[in-house]
Unconditional design. Structure first.
Length: 470
């Protein structure tokens, strides 16, 4: 889905509420507040100073007086009923790209009136007007719902970096190819069929004409060995190095080849894997993922480093697992890409385990019809009741007793963990009933506490000692 399609799908009544306009001096205070209020959660630095810098550049005609690669800076605001509810700064780069840094919507207006979508659509509009080929930006991993906002609008998550803007916080690079939503006519889907001897010459011609640019040694002997591996597929013995070869056709034209080779440990290597275009490669990856269902926990492959190849793998949520210099050809670099079955998050992240668990747990509740019996008061009381059960486990113990039991008594630790899990489960149900995102609420509360408890004032203090010093 492109950004413009998302805007078109929004009701006209909603769009009438949003006005996207250039920022003015009168907006400075609210822009400062939006940047400080949002960015301080996951980013170090002076965000008020950042707001002043981008506003000054914007009001000064767009020229960035301190930027090295930036040509221009423009700040837009989203206004609803006369109130500024969002802000976006876009920096045009000398390389023909444009960075969104940042795009922020007041938390009270997220998802309610299309302000974020309208700002994002404005960035695409400006990029097209200025001949920009790609928009890009970054999202802090704890703000997973923001990344989802971008991904649902046609953006791709490209890479990750740990401790880039704050120690311990993982940052994700995201991008949107401007020409991607103008790629042309709708393509006929590929049709995949298992290799048969009648396809030998076609297979040989395809691989020897395409793979030798990346891999040395792709010749007739390689193809014969590959086909022999396919003929051993019924053995299902890993040590026989068998292959399962499939060919993808578009209008009877061979457009991709993929061979599945099971390895020790249960992973399956896709080699060779080659396609005539980025779209054909993406379809082949999706076919491979469907083939993997119920067969393996992981797919991986080695590919040459090429913009279209990288985009295809990132778009289908494969993880870049490493670079292999000269592994397949002198003077060239290969990249290992991996995909885990059942992994629904980008880049193989583990940090969304709570989100994945929440989905599984709520499905468990719904399947048993318990959701229909829920009431806010009952769920809140259940949280308190489970907290009481946790306290009961500790009631007559000193702190030294607790430390010793945690070290020596596995059953004691299990009891505490289960009582804590019960509290979490009821909190999840309570948040779902009240229709708020539990993690986003916790993130907002953390932002409040960052201001409430400055490090220089509270370090080493707690409770009444801190209040007495206030």
């Amino acid at each position: 889905m492109t950004v413009q399609q998302d805007i078109n799908d929004t009701s006209s009544e909603e769009l009438d509420k949003i006005v996207i306009r250039d920022a003015t001096e009168a907006d400075r205070a609210v822009i400062q507040g939006l940047l400080h209020g949002s960015l301080r959660r996951n980013y170090d630095g002076d965000h008020v100073a950042q707001a002043d810098r981008i506003i000054d550049a914007h009001l000064g005609g767009g020229a960035d007086p301190v930027g090295h690669f930036s040509k221009t800076q423009h700040v837009y605001v989203a206004e609803a009923a006369g109130e500024v509810v969002g802000v976006m700064n876009i920096a045009e780069k000398r390389q023909g790209t444009m960075k969104i840094s940042p795009l922020i919507v007041n938390p009270d207006f997220r998802g309610s009136n299309g302000a974020g979508s309208a700002l994002l659509a404005k960035s695409v509009e400006v990029a097209k007007e200025r001949g920009i080929r790609q928009l890009y930006g970054t999202v802090a991993e704890p703000s997973s719902w923001i990344e989802t906002f971008y991904l649902n609008r046609g953006w791709t998550c490209g890479s990750q970096s740990n401790s880039q803007y704050r120690p311990g916080v993982v940052e994700h690079a995201i991008y949107y190819d401007i020409d991607g939503d103008e790629a042309g006519t709708v393509r006929e889907p590929l049709k995949f069929e298992e290799y048969s001897p009648s396809k030998y010459e076609e297979l040989e011609g395809f691989l020897t004409s395409r793979m030798d640019a990346f891999v040395e040694g792709i010749d007739e002997d390689f193809v014969r060995a590959l086909v022999a591996g396919h003929e051993r597929r019924n053995s299902r013995e890993v040590e026989s190095k068998y292959k399962e070869i499939f060919l993808g056709y578009a209008s009877d034209v061979l457009s991709s080849v993929v061979a599945f080779g099971p390895k020790k440990g249960g992973a399956v290597k896709l080699m060779p894997l080659s396609a005539t275009s980025q779209s054909a490669l993406q379809e082949t990856l999706r076919f491979a993922q469907s083939w993997a269902e119920g067969r393996t926990h992981k797919l991986y492959t080695h590919q040459h480093v090429d913009p279209a190849v990288v985009t295809a793998f990132q778009s289908e949520m494969w993880t870049l697992e490493g670079l292999l210099p000269e592994a397949y050809s002198a003077g060239k670099v290969a990249a290992q890409w991996g995909w885990l079955a059942g992994e629904t998050t980008h880049l193989g992240r583990n940090s969304d385990r709570l989100k994945a668990y929440t989905e599984r747990f709520l499905t468990f509740v719904q399947n048993r019809g318990w959701g229909e019996l829920e009431e806010a008061r009952s769920l809140a009381m259940a949280v308190g009741g489970e907290a009481g059960e946790l306290l009961a486990e500790l009631q007559w113990l000193s702190e030294a007793d607790v430390v010793e039991l945690l070290r020596t008594d596995r059953e004691f630790k299990n009891k505490l963990s289960f009582e804590a899990a019960d509290i979490l489960n009821y909190l999840i149900r309570f948040a779902r009933y009240c229709d708020f995102d539990l993690i986003e609420a916790a993130d907002k509360k953390l932002a409040v506490n960052i201001d409430r408890f400055p490090v220089e004032e509270v370090h080493g203090l707690k409770g009444k000692r801190y209040k007495a010093n206030r």
